[in-house]
Design a protein around this ligand. Structure first.
Ligand SMILES: Cc1cc2nc3c(=O)[nH]c(=O)nc-3n(C[C@H](O)[C@H](O)[C@H](O)COP(=O)(O)O)c2cc1C
Length: 471
């Protein structure tokens, strides 16, 4: 169990690759909590290797990976010093239940490398963020992060009830399993995925330090439920409001929308902080909390601090492709950005924040041909023949309907996997030469970022930390 002092500022996990190791390292080396995104890390890792690993950072971290042969094998398969920018990336097969040991090891390696690099050169704590809904790679991602000594695991986007016990199991060298959500599964059948450290080590696996577990939640009832019924200790809660960047929890009750089609949130969506405080578990506030005043009022409300995303997403150390980062900041400095809460864009069905700005390449890009080849947001479903299939509402409509999905579910869906890879400079190139378009996400606070910028259009993570602590 970690005995580190609680951080006042958590740099929120931002996937895919926006909060990479560079950003997390910058934040953690200043004594706050830097968090790497664990989402789609295996695919991101093999794309970075195909881009030649400029600077050699990945290869330096790979040398420290403790399972023999895995790093050498990954280098042999994926490293390219000469990939042309108009060449398509080679792909990993999409994750499915029963992934091979080799695939698990590659995922562990990717996660190990990200955490190892974030921890390099300082003594501060580092966390990893995973989306609970992305179930299949999560066990291997967690195990790899623990091999690298991760201090915190932060998970939302679903109910991470089983995760604390999984961390306990891996710390104690035991196998862990996770119930797999399968749509249409008969009530008397359950499916799960499993990872056994003993299958990866010759001899006894090492005991590992159990990271602290922080659950990201948007309601009192979930906090209470997790504090009582999680499979192990929940060390804290991040209470995230609907102004936060990325995915948001849907509003409670019957949905209603404003003129722009954005979901409306009401008093029922407010979290009763006194009730959370009564649970006696530390908590942080997230979503529009990126100001010195918000930090001060969070502390007054009994919180340990705040979790901030948007301000860090545009810092120089973030993984956002520099051309998008710069373009958004230049427009934001003039008050020319909008953030829309799109209830349809994400195939998860959760509202997703989308940035709109005058130089947004998406509205003028040629229409995208649907293709599902990364597959992290697919849901598992029970096929008529009793086997498990996988579908995503952003995949080609015919394929989705053939798999039993409803055509109306596909309307307005965006391929977040490919778009988020494009956001961080690893867009796939298609056979016809088209490049996957980006889709930027930020919190509502992006519209007011000029107050923090004070005329700048470049800044570093340390500038955010200085600003937040300036009160
Ligand atoms: C670009 C971006 C990506 C994000 N991705 C994730 C994610 O993958 N997982 C997650 O739990 N939260 C994600 N978030 C939410 C942040 O971790 C954080 O809680 C949130 O941004 C805080 O609100 P703020 O944006 O108003 O500061 C993301 C936020 C942004 C801006």
């Amino acid at each position: 169990m970690t005995t580190l002092a609680l951080p006042a500022i958590i740099q929120g996990g931002m996937g895919i690759g926006v909060s990479g190791w560079r950003l997390a390292r910058a934040v953690s080396s200043h004594g706050h909590l830097g968090v790497v995104s664990g989402t789609a890390l295996d695919s991101l890792f093999v794309r970075r290797l195909q881009d030649g690993d400029p600077g050699g950072d990945l290869r330096r971290a790979m040398r420290a990976f403790p399972l023999p042969g895995v790093a050498a094998d990954a280098l042999r398969r994926w490293f390219r010093a000469d990939r042309g920018t108009d060449e398509a990336y080679r792909m990993l097969p999409m994750y499915r239940k029963g992934a091979s040991l080799a695939r698990e090891r590659l995922t562990m390696l990717a996660s190990f490398v990200e955490v190892w690099l974030a921890r390099e050169g300082h003594a501060g704590a580092v966390g990893i963020n995973l989306l609970t809904k992305v179930q299949l790679p999560n066990l291997a991602t967690l195990y790899g992060a623990m091999l690298a000594g991760v201090d915190y695991v932060l998970m939302g986007a679903g109910i991470p009830r089983e995760i604390p016990g999984i961390l306990d199991a891996f710390a104690e060298r035991r196998a862990a399993s996770l119930r797999l959500d399968v749509e249409g599964l008969p009530a008397d059948r359950a499916e799960s995925v499993r990872l056994d450290p003993a299958e990866h080590w010759e001899g006894t696996p090492p005991a590992l330090r159990r990271p602290s577990f922080l659950a990201i939640i948007a309601s009192n009832s979930l906090a209470t439920m997790l504090s009582r019924k999680a499979s192990g200790k929940v060390d804290g809660f991040i209470i995230e409001g609907p102004t936060a960047g990325g995915h948001n929890a849907p509003p409670r009750g019957a949905p209603s929308y404003n003129e722009g089609g954005e979901p409306l949130y009401g008093t029922r969506d407010e979290v009763d902080l006194e009730a959370v405080a009564e649970l006696g578990i530390p908590f942080w506030l997230a979503g529009g909390a990126g100001s010195p005043e918000a930090l001060a009022s969070a502390l007054v409300a009994g919180a340990a601090g705040i979790q901030v995303g948007t301000l860090f997403a545009y810092a120089e150390e973030s993984g956002l492709a520099p051309e998008y980062r710069q373009s958004v900041l230049e427009h934001a400095a003039r008050g020319e950005v909008d953030v829309l809460t799109d209830p349809r864009a994400s195939p998860t069905g959760y509202p997703f924040k989308v940035v709109r700005w005058p130089a947004d390449p998406v509205p003028v890009a040629p229409p995208r041909t649907r293709v599902c080849d990364l597959g992290y947001l697919r849901t598992a479903y029970a096929r008529a023949d009793g086997r498990i299939g996988y579908r995503c509402a952003a995949e080609p409509v015919d394929a989705y309907v053939e798999k039993g999905g409803a055509a109306e579910d596909t309307e307005g869906r965006r391929c977040l996997c490919n778009a988020l890879m494009a956001n961080v400079g690893h867009a796939q190139v298609r056979d016809d030469g088209r490049v996957e378009p980006p889709l930027l996400t930020s919190g509502d606070d992006l519209a007011g970022i000029a107050r923090f910028l004070r005329g700048r259009t470049r800044y570093a993570a340390v500038d955010v930390l200085e600003y937040l602590t300036s009160g």
